[in-house]
Ligand binder design. Structure first.
Ligand code: COA
Length: 335
């Protein structure tokens, strides 16, 4: 799917983020598995990540991020009309974490649901929210991208446990007086789903003593295949959207790619031809926070002044599905 927005301008009017307190360094992980700080930094660019406490679930991390975004947008929880949580690590299979979060926030009037598109979830969710608002079906939306991957990664598997971290990012989306979202490009290749999945606990392989013993409730990943996919779609998705919007790469002021791995980001940056100073990178401090990665990076970049009034922001995510998605946004301070 590729489309540019038309009609009512819709934009982000408030951002928030939250990461758990517990910092886990590469040296900490080298006490659990046969790895080293040097290997992890060289192959991924990650220095440290945050892990939730044992008693901390997704909604505990999403709640402060959501509150912050609402405060910044000046919206009371009871006025939220649509609440989407993009995640692959909900508090439980059902009810949705969005419904749990709506209750904890006091967003009593909101339609609330979770969205599963792997690390691309936030991109899908902001596209949906923009469409709903643009069509007049909702006056606003609170979109949360959040994951606690540490809960579903095998801490004895060095090929996955070093990559991920926990976090939450949130955005309030509303009609805007200025331009806001310019367009989206979203896609999925289910045939590649086997390269990044969590096999058990669904209706295909219900939970059993055997699935637990087989480690099938943990993330399974074919790292090389995912690497190839990621480097391809980060470039093709961004280029397709820029073409559709009639923009060139030179028109992009800030690039916020999915924070999976510095090597993947560097590859995309080189292929797209974006100067490094325009690229937002925080994977070194947080690892791959899945659905939280893009909103977390965007919120930090806005907070420290790297995104300014009128800037054209390009965001591209990719992840389990396999899925990918890009958004172009003209940033407005009023937003
Ligand atoms: C996972 C990834 C970093 C591995 O890097 P790589 O250069 O492809 O490494 P390889 O898979 O070729 O493995 C090379 C060696 O390092 C080893 N290795 C894997 N993880 C290791 C670790 N944490 N520490 C030390 N060695 C490790 C492998 O066992 C392999 O050893 P072998 O050659 O003896 O078999 C890389 O494939 C990647 O980033 N993939 C994308 C993952 C991703 O982003 N997933 C989420 C998408 S949303």
């Amino acid at each position: 799917m590729i489309a540019t927005t038309n009609g009512t301008p819709v934009s982000i009017t408030g951002l928030g983020w939250q990461v758990p307190e517990r910092v886990v360094t590469n040296d900490d992980l080298s006490k659990l598995v046969d790895t080293s700080d040097e290997w992890i930094r060289e192959r991924t660019g990650i220095r440290e990540r945050r892990f939730a406490r044992e008693d901390e679930a997704l909604s505990d991390i999403a709640l402060p991020a959501a509150r912050q975004a609402l405060e910044r947008a000046g919206i009371a929880p009871r006025d939220v009309e649509l609440l989407i949580v993009a995640t692959v690590t909900p508090d439980m299979v059902f009810p949705s974490t969005a419904a749990i979060l709506a209750d904890r926030l006091g967003a009593t009037e909101a339609a609330a649901y979770d969205l599963s598109a792997g690390c691309t979830g936030f991109m899908y969710a902001i596209a949906q929210a923009t469409g709903m608002i643009g069509a007049g079906l909702s006056r606003n939306a609170l979109v949360v991208g959040a994951d606690v991957l540490s809960k579903i990664v095998d801490m004895t598997d060095r090929s996955t446990c070093v990559l991920f971290g926990d976090g939450a990012g949130a955005a309030v989306i509303e009609p805007s007086s200025a331009e806001g979202f310019i367009g989206f490009e979203l896609g999925a290749d289910g045939a590649g789903g086997v390269d990044l999945n969590l096999p058990a606990g669904g209706s295909r392989l219900p939970s059993s003593a055997e699935t637990v013993a087989g480690g099938l409730h943990y993330v399974q990943m074919n790292g090389r295949q995912v690497f190839k996919f990621a480097t391809r779609v980060l470039v093709s998705s961004a280029q397709a959207l820029l073409d559709e919007a009639g923009l060139a790469i030179e028109d992009v002021d800030v690039y916020v790619p999915h924070q999976a791995n510095v090597r993947i980001i560097d590859h995309a940056v080189a292929k797209l031809g974006i100067p490094k100073e325009k690229v937002v990178v925080n994977v070194d401090r947080y690892g791959n926070t899945s659905s939280a990665s893009i909103p977390l990076a965007l919120a930090e970049a806005v907070a420290d002044g790297r995104v300014r009034e009128g800037d054209t922001v390009l965001m591209t995510g990719m992840g389990a599905g396999l899925t990918w998605g890009s958004a172009l946004l003209r940033w407005t301070e009023a937003s």
